[in-house]
Design a protein around this ligand. Structure first.
Ligand code: FAD
Length: 220
């Protein structure tokens, strides 16, 4: 749907390594075939970017940006946002499960009155609150200009992992209704499966944190 694609590409060391290009999507050789059959983030269009013999004027390259720093600075912003966004899905799922547990009656009592259900709700609230405090702390560091990429990795990795777990647990409280789109839980859960992968996979953020802790790069 975009008129312009921003493409980060390896231009070779003699041209500054990774460079950013502004590519009008009507440029001959550019196409963006739709990725079909998604079971996650179904409401948004996701496309493959194909560049087949695309030629651009010299001023299509983003000046002054050389190497991984450019794309990583953009990603850092998005990844910080995801540390918050994932929690929104978790909060909605926790709330749906809590309400459901107070209405659904089994063996003469609302399922909220069973200890096992309360343990699930308490654990979900615990992880949600910890994630929220982490995001808040990162936000304060961001405001102060002291936020480092490996700290963003902590936030993205923890909050997506725990939010997905919260959705999965919430889905169990809903029983069979947990798989229905009548409730928001499975939609959030499936959408978070994309978030687990994009803006840096769980594995990549783990390696970022590992490198910060040890000084050793284990990426390859
Ligand atoms: C809905 C959706 C929207 C997206 N939107 C965008 C977008 O707008 N822009 C964009 O650029 N990308 C986008 N992506 C792509 C996303 O960033 C990539 O899918 C992601 O970076 C993983 O790359 P890959 O799929 O090629 O997996 P691969 O690189 O093939 O990795 C597969 C698995 O191997 C692991 N792995 C790979 N290398 C290593 C290693 N060295 N050590 C340990 N484990 C490793 C990965 O962590 C992963 O678990 C989107 C993806 C989805 C699902």
């Amino acid at each position: 749907v975009a008129d312009v694609a921003v493409v980060w590409a390896q231009a070779g060391e003699e041209h500054g390594g990774i460079r950013g290009f502004v590519v009008p999507t009507d440029t001959p050789g550019f196409s963006a075939p739709l990725i079909k059959h998604k079971l996650s983030l179904r409401a948004s269009v996701t496309s493959e970017l194909v560049l087949d013999g695309v030629r651009l004027p010299a001023d299509a390259v983003l000046p002054e940006v050389r190497g991984l720093k450019g794309p990583l600075s953009c990603l850092n912003e998005a990844r910080y946002g995801i540390a918050w966004g994932a929690l929104g899905a978790a909060r909605s799922s926790l709330d749906a499960a809590r309400r459901y547990s107070m209405e659904r009656v089994q063996f003469g009592r609302p399922i909220a009155a069973f200890q096992l259900t309360q343990q699930k709700l308490a654990d979900m609230a615990l992880e949600y609150t910890k994630g929220l405090l982490l995001a808040l702390h990162l936000g304060r560091r961001k405001d102060a200009g002291t936020l480092r990429p490996e700290q963003v990795s902590l936030g993205k990795l923890n909050n997506i992992r725990e939010s997905l777990e919260i959705c999965r647990t919430a889905r169990t409280i809903l029983g069979a209704n947990g798989i229905s789109l009548e409730y928001p839980v499975i939609r959030h859960m499936n959408n978070l499966e994309s978030v687990l992968t994009y803006e840096g996979t769980v594995e990549m953020h783990t390696l970022v944190i590992g490198q910060a802790l040890t000084g050793e790069s284990a990426f390859r």
